[in-house]
Design a protein around this ligand. Structure first.
Ligand SMILES: [Zn+2]
Length: 131
């Protein structure tokens, strides 16, 4: 699959308000479609989807099934965005990070460990561009 998103560059400085607005607008177009696709594949329901501009976390899932995603995800490759979506949808089955949770993730994304590694390596520099 072609990935038209630029690789995150730690040398790049803080995002301007305009850039953040653009990322949020792109996320509103991208993320709900991605959630819809994976939820259908996984047979999982969910509630509201909110796109946030935040410096603290990539995504979260409430007990009601409402999903939050960080607009900075648009600076990541699509495979990582897919992983984060699947991760949150798996919390609809397991609201924890137990072995059973990771087994659910692995069933959908067998190489999820590579995605976790990518986030550990690159996540901080992307998060650092938000202010
Ligand atoms: Zn989680």
């Amino acid at each position: 699959m072609e990935n038209r998103n630029p690789k995150p560059d730690p040398e790049k400085g803080r995002l301007s308000p305009e850039e953040i607005r653009e990322l949020a607008a792109a996320a509103v177009r991208d993320i709900p479609e991605r959630v819809k696709k994976w939820a259908a594949v996984m047979g999982i329901t969910y509630g509201r989807i909110t796109i946030r501009n935040q410096k603290s976390r990539w995504a979260s899932c409430s007990t009601l099934g409402n999903l939050n995603f960080n607009c900075l995800m648009m600076l990541m490759p699509e495979t990582i965005r897919d992983y984060l979506v699947v991760h949150e949808l798996c919390h609809r089955k397991e609201m924890n990070h137990s072995k059973r949770f990771w087994a659910e993730v692995e069933a959908v994304i067998p190489d999820y460990r590579a995605c976790e590694k990518w986030l550990k390596t690159n996540g901080e520099s992307i998060m650092g561009r938000m202010w």
